[in-house]
Unconditional design. Structure first.
Lengths: 622, 342, 622, 342
């Protein structure tokens, strides 16, 4: 250990930023895994450009990865970075505005050459001006140091240069007192086929570590103790991965194979990628010609008796809407995953947003209610996808599952569940009626209103379904006026009944008070942290988080009534607000943000405070 | 195949077993009736248990077909039947899945799905009822309507160059491509049976008369007096000969099918001999090139070749994965990657 | 004139019902046109089966046409028929339940043979039982009488039989004192090429008339005086026709051709049929390969500078949603017509419903507000389609136009507008900027927020648009977080601003009171009639009708506040209710009906009365 | 054409006039760069005023193309560019409309629109960048990916039988069908120019290298050492000859293209002579049948025939209607049918 000073911190937010080609996503995830294994709580936010590889050094080509690691419980990747690692001028330019004054900047000095400065739109070198005087800047000639370190390896200079992110990572590992083990192991596994590359990356990593330790540039060294997580075995997991694993687990518990039909689209494609690897679990993945085909194939697979799923993002959901309505009409169990992104239209494909809630609820012709679930954190995606399948099967209905770009790519530690704690999922296909009775494909389970799942190949269950209105019980085509009303009511009632299967909402904080913050989806972390901080200051604020958006948990109305004011932060222009206002006639206040970025804790705190002060005023006035 | 699905004990099936209790609701005189009856006659011959049959259709007059079949049936949405069939068959290769579609359903809104099911060679049978009109929506021109056709939506004549369904199927390298006509029950029987027995996507165009909105579209092929000149029956291993006197044949000239007349006693040597089993689809394309009214319309099997089916390949990948990696271990999967214990 | 008695009536509701092959739609529309030319006010409701031609004599094959004609102002086709003309047993069976006791039934006795009775599911002959004893039944052997009348014409018996609907029509003409002129003229024009058919139909019509006059069967003869309509020239018009003509008129006033891109679908196809006939108005119709293509072609045509439109019904709108969102993003003027039908999925294609409102408002990914218009009556479709184009062009936005099956096929007298009363529509394409200034494709008109309509072919306006988020003003692709917020706000604000161009709502009745009935679309007639009847009885009820569903007229909130209770009748499960509750936080009561049939006046009266009595109770209790 | 659109006074255009101010954002080394530069060089030669050019694309790496062209441009949505082009061109036959698409955009989600624009023969030019992969979504297999291809979404190998874009275009009877490759600038120039000059839908498949996700997909055709054996340049009126020594040629055998070797001094008589102007698409289909690695890949114009364009026909119907019925009289139209006056 060096004799440099050591400081203890509760948590640190680092943002790695560089060119798309600089490997920042990799660097970030290595730091994440190392910190996770060290026992920190973590939360991450990758932010990559829409282009595969924008011109080197350009502003749109900047790729960043932010992570928050902590010795206590955290729920967001941090409002603002404490440390910015900038591998080139463009990365500095794009990210500087987020860094609070006094923050640490580590730059690759070598990259600040004229050509790069120009590409980043600088007319001067910020390292040589006083642009950065309010920050703690560490200028490191990373490229040169890295090249020097790898001098002896027989690789072209260009290849060597690719290791410079490991050099930077090494420096950060020293600064934050991390071990190199996890990354060393990973490098060997990943590049095993190419021993020179293994050597180069390992050398670079170690060189960075030792440089930071020895050189006079970086003077302090920080410690972030492990966090006190619940007992168990953990791994770091991203939302899309957790979603995929949840589906596989549900299939395992149901002893029935998955069929996942999808057309690639950002940010949902990784679920397809993940599932396509698990063929030995019986998982069939079909990459369809488009989203409509994927929806159709899902219906076909559900008709055949599989656990059928499709996944997409907003524009794809729009395309699926007609066929999804067919699934509703034929009442087959299936799950539609929508990993939301910035809209409307092609919008901001790589950015996060929650603006498909109304489309999900209402984007179909006719009165067509469907249940909607939404996980709150990356790791919760596991439970939620499991739950989606369970409910779909039990109620014989398509279930909509709303994730978003932030959950999909963000990560956090996940306590791996014990297999024996996973609920069983019971699959019951219809059996041929005995005693000469006719089979009634639309006769319902009196409790759930589920109709029989009568799969082809079962003698005696031959029947026809389709998109025309069905006659009650027989399922024949019916143009009868009253039957249409009956069936419309039944479809609505079936969804409504699901409430019996949905846990009541738990209030975070007091069960009544001045302000209630209501959230859904990925805003959970920011909302809960904001509320906790204000409560710690003695403010009268609580929060609830909706994981079931249709039907709502049955105690929702009751809870809403117990607060003077309701605040609804959403990464859209007020979609949940609309529903809650309509349903409960409460004057809920929306807090809307559509900027392709999750809420900061501070933004929510401010909105709550402003409501609190108004509620004070009201009290004083009345 | 789910374990719960019990295999039926064999029993001799007849046409009656395939007649559902639903009233048939096509217009009196519609060509669809003959197609329905013929198929109900063919299915018992295929040796497939009744409960294995599943009929999936889109929307159109023709697409009401599943209601009339006492089998599993799915009257889906416009143009999408091939997608449901693909999903179903991928999970359930044990089923005999039939897609019923029309010229609008299959070639207009559903053209892309048709293309893709054909190229993937999913083991489904596709019957395209081509009446060269939109029947159900009451008479607009369809993608197979002839140039200049006057309909409700083209009062001054259609300006859309018609598609030839066979050409499209061949462009996608379909493994089985055939054409038949609603008035020729015997021919339909043969073609349907061959389609039913084919392993892979079987595509059958059925020329079908819509008495209400496009009556007589295939008059020349149906009329006793003209049919022998207006159509040509494809017979494997036989030269391409047609005509009442069987005095006309087809030979190849400059990549073009050329009609030659001859004395029926002296059949020329250079007539094309019909061979649907060529891997090369160019021959079948040459046949597809023969179009009314200039040349006789070929009826029969244009192409019938073997290539692996999508559903088999998919399920083989599953089997192989299980064999090589062992059946999925959930415990292990959940614990993959770096883990740590608190 | 016969010496039979004559009775004066204010209005009469006749329902013609028979087999699909019996020509009932034709019979009904002839009676309609004749009554219209006689100066009655009229309202019609055709009701035909989904099958092209269901099996002869079967229940699903019954086709009906109801019309209400009157000497006073009427607004609906009547809650229940006064007279039922039933051409066969199936027609009697299907329609009898709607006929009030004491109603008149005229049957074609000849059709009540065993085979037909069986097909209609009768196990006896209702004409020979006492099933009909509570009605006034006239049994007429129409088939025989018709054959006899045409004896001398050299046509096959089957062809002659086809004239029997004219025989029936002739009888009705006598009964209701109508002249034969209009129909005689029409027969000659329609069948001109076939003189024998002309002769047969004319003979049948006259024979029916004379039979009714002479025979002892029908004893009374009724008179319905002309109604006092506003001065002007009138024609009878169906909604789809009015819609098409409104578009043509708008094109005429804008001096810019229409391009109508569509894929056939019930009940919207007739708009395509009608427009495809008007090529000499420069109308281009493109029958596309599907609805997505139609939406795409519409966008292309709008980009090129035409008045571009597409039309469809619910399932088609679902398919268009992704491409429609592109139109929103590129802010081009176009109109999307949705003629609603029973849903969800394929639903009830030939029946009416209003259940696409939420899909229309929210069926797109992302926050994607678009203006929505809805005509209230068949003839109003003319103004509304004209208005849709005017607003689309002025605000450079897609406009959604919600009609429904009832408006589309229903008809009423329409006062043909004077051409000089039609507003002008000003088309302004962008001009190249002068003085070396750059062209800014997303710079906005400060008043309307419309962006320039810069059509290809204009030198100097070369620019790029697309579905990715646009940078403010330049329209370049922008991933900038704040820009996304800005543009989202601008898109919402543009729609909101349209309120300045929308007339205030007029209240039907007092501006305040106990109950306000709020309607939209085709429920207008039933609601207004119900309210008028109750007001005539001194009840405190008023109504308003929304023709603009986004944005709402600016005085809506004010009006809602002035009533104790708000009732919202809709042919859906409460879609407008949801919006009004959310927006104005009023406890509006929905009155929902999804039975493929319009509301009856009586149904609305009852719902109002129940609210009135509750509001009494509340008053008494408090 | 709207009256307000003034015709530009002629001016000599150069490549520079077609370069927009937007930074090009493809990966370094992407084949798209060469295509862009080549087209920017070709357009000035077509004698069309700059403001008449409109580029419409779908979604994909290739579909970013319009941003880099200083023309009117529309980056639409995935697969739908042909529909926008059809709508635009129907109203504006005066424009030169180009569609830019990819193998996923044009053949997966957009397959049906491609089929229909081709059969209608709308006068648009379609450039399909075929890199046999989904680039923008980071490397899933596409409809043109080879059987067995391992990608992110097919870790065990793709089981989808690939589509051949040329076959699909010919199945729809496209009037102009060609193939070129991103590494051969001169060849691209010729093909683009011919496409630009063709009246009707011109369909061009461009073999395009994706350095990131499918590098070297067309290696054999691009590599100096192998290209002469791996490809065959189609030249009108010339026999089908290839090989570094120009000692190989193609003749017809049993409807199959057969490779023959010969002494370059003695070119056999029975080699096929290239004629893209045959009305019959079967010849072109024969060429399309030549696929790597077994046969040389044909490059050049497969088919180039004349048939009426959709946009002309549509506008002619308008003209004819005006001539025969007179320009629409709104007053009369509104008063048509039975009217009465109060
Ligand atoms: C999404 C959608 N668009 C349009 C329709 C209306 N529609 C139903 S069937 C049909 C065409 C039928 O033609 P075809 O496939 O040839 O069948 P046919 O009735 O001639 O047998 C159309 C346009 C629909 N049901 N759904
Ligand atoms: C409706 C919809 N579905 C999916 C996507 C995602 N997506 C964008 S481009 C693309 C495929 C691109 O492949 P290709 O057309 O071959 O173009 P390339 O990137 O290879 O040039 C996909 C699946 C999308 N943008 N929109
Ligand atoms: S409309 Fe034509 S295709 Fe449809 S049922 Fe009637 S005859 Fe058959
Ligand atoms: S991903 Fe491939 S196709 Fe896309 S820009 Fe990069 S190299 Fe080109
Ligand atoms: Mg048809
Ligand atoms: Mg590609």
């Amino acid at each position: 250990m060096s004799k440099k000073s050591v400081e203890k911190l509760e948590n640190v937010v680092i943002r790695f930023a560089g060119d798309s080609g600089d490997g920042m996503q990799l660097t970030g995830s290595q730091f994440t895994n190392t910190s996770a294994v060290l026992g920190n709580d973590i939360s991450t936010l990758p932010d990559f450009p829409a282009e595969i590889r924008a011109p080197a050094g350009s502003l749109p080509g900047v790729s960043a990865f932010q992570l928050n690691f902590s010795s206590s419980d955290i729920r967001t990747p941090g409002d603002a970075p404490d440390v910015l690692v900038a591998m080139n001028p463009a990365a500095l330019k794009v990210n500087l505005k987020d860094l609070p004054k006094g923050g640490i900047i580590i730059v690759n000095e070598d990259a600040f050459i004229d050509r790069n400065l120009e590409r980043a739109g600088y007319d001067h070198n910020p390292l040589e001006s006083d642009d950065l005087q309010e920050y703690r800047v560490f200028k490191v000639p990373i490229s040169t140091l890295n090249q020097n370190a790898l001098e002896e390896i027989d690789l072209p200079g260009k290849s060597k240069d690719r290791s410079k992110n490991f050099f930077a990572l090494g420096m950060m590992y020293w600064m934050y007192d991390r071990s190199l083990e996890v990354t060393l192991h990973w490098i060997k596994k990943k590049f095993g086929k190419n021993p020179k590359v293994v050597e180069a990356n390992i050398k670079a990593l170690k060189a960075g570590f030792h440089y930071a330790e020895t050189a006079e540039v970086i003077s302090t060294h920080y410690k972030v103790e492990p966090s006190k997580l619940e007992k168990g075995t953990y791994r770091n997991i991203m939302g899309n991965q957790a979603t995929a694993l949840g589906f596989v687990a549900a299939s395992h518990q149901a002893k029935t194979p998955l069929v996942y039909c999808s057309y690639p689209i950002t940010p949902a494609s990784d679920v397809l990628h993940e599932l396509s690897r698990h063929k030995n679990f019986g998982v069939r993945t079909i990459q369809c010609e488009d989203e409509i085909a994927a929806m159709g194939a899902t219906i076909g697979a559900a008709f055949g008796g599989s656990l059928a799923l499709t996944g997409t993002s907003g524009p794809g959901l729009a395309l699926k809407s007609e066929a999804l309505n067919l699934a509703l009409m034929v009442e087959l169990p299936l799950v539609v995953l929508n990993v939301q992104r910035g809209g409307p239209s092609t919008g901001l494909p790589t950015k996060t947003e929650q603006s498909d809630l109304l489309q999900t609820l209402y984007g179909r012709n006719g009165d067509s209610p469907l249940p909607v679930l939404a996980p709150a954190t990356p790791s919760e995606c596991f439970q939620m996808s499991f739950e989606a399948i369970r409910l779909a099967v039990k109620y014989r209905t398509p279930i909509l599952y709303l994730s978003d770009g932030y959950l999909a790519n963000g990560s956090e530690p996940w306590r791996i569940p014990d297999l024996k704690d996973l609920p069983e999922i019971k699959i019951e296909y219809a059996k041929a009626p005995t005693g000469g009775k006719a089979f009634l494909p639309y006769e319902r389970n009196p409790e759930t209103l589920a109709r029989p799942w009568a799969i082809p190949g079962t003698p005696g269950l031959e029947h026809r379904v389709g998109g025309l209105e069905k006659a009650d019980k027989t399922g024949n085509v019916s143009y009868d006026p009253m039957n249409h009303q009956t069936m419309t009511n039944l479809r609505a009632e079936k969804v409504a009944r699901m409430v019996q299967d949905i846990p009541d909402i738990q209030v975070n904080g007091d069960p009544s008070g001045q302000v209630l913050v209501v959230g859904w989806g990925s805003t959970y972390g920011a909302i809960t942290s904001a509320v906790d901080r204000l409560r710690a200051l003695g403010q009268s604020v609580s929060s609830i988080h909706l994981r079931h958006l249709n039907p709502f948990p049955k105690n929702l109305g009751e809870i809403l009534k117990n607060f003077d004011q309701v605040l609804i932060p959403e990464m859209n222009m007020g979609q949940l607000s609309l529903i809650l206002r309509a349903k409960y006639l409460i004057d809920a206040k929306p807090l809307n943000k559509v900027q392709g970025q999750p809420f900061k804790i501070q933004e929510i705190i401010e909105a709550i405070q402003s409501l609190l002060s108004k509620s004070q005023e009201v009290k004083h006035a009345s | 195949m789910p374990a719960e699905v019990a295999e039926n004990t064999e029993k001799k099936l007849t046409r009656k077993d395939f007649i559902s209790d639903q009233d048939v609701r096509w217009c009196p005189g519609c060509g669809d009736y003959a197609i329905l009856a013929t198929l109900q006659n063919v299915l018992p011959k295929l040796g497939i248990p009744k409960e294995k049959y599943t009929f999936i259709s889109g929307i159109g007059c023709s697409s009401r077909f599943p209601y009339y079949m006492e089998t599993f049936g799915f009257h889906s949405i416009h143009g999408r039947a091939p997608t449901l069939a693909t999903g179903l068959k991928s999970y359930r290769p044990d089923l005999s899945v039939w897609v019923i579609t029309g010229d609008g359903d299959g070639l207009s809104i559903g053209g892309n799905h048709l293309l893709h099911v054909l190229r993937r060679n999913v083991d489904v049978k596709i019957l395209l009822f081509n009446n060269r009109i939109y029947g159900l929506t009451k008479g607009q021109y369809s993608p197979t309507s002839e140039y200049g056709k006057k309909t409700k939506s083209s009062p001054f004549g259609s300006i859309d160059h018609p598609l030839n369904p066979i050409k499209i199927a061949l462009g996608a390298e379909a493994s089985f491509v055939a054409r038949t006509v609603d008035t020729d029950v015997k021919h339909m029987m043969e073609v349907f049976q061959a389609a039913g027995e084919h392993k892979g996507t079987a595509f059958v165009e059925i020329l079908q008369n819509c008495v209400i909105f496009n009556d007589g579209a295939f008059h020349a092929i149906n009329d006793k007096n003209t049919k022998d000149e207006a159509s040509l029956k494809l017979e494997e291993g036989q030269p391409l000969i047609f005509g009442k006197e069987r005095n006309k044949g087809i030979r190849l000239k400059n990549f073009e099918p050329e009609v030659v007349e001859f004395d029926p006693e002296k059949i020329p040597e250079d007539l094309i001999i019909h061979n649907p089993h060529q891997d090369n689809p160019v021959y079948a394309q040459l046949l597809a090139r023969m179009e009314a009214p200039l040349q006789p319309v070929p009826l029969g099997i244009f192409r019938e070749v073997q290539r692996p089916t999508y559903d088999d390949l998919l399920n083989e990948q599953i089997e192989t994965a299980i064999q090589t990696q062992g059946p999925g271990n959930l415990e292990k999967l959940l614990h993959s990657g770096d883990t740590w214990t608190v």
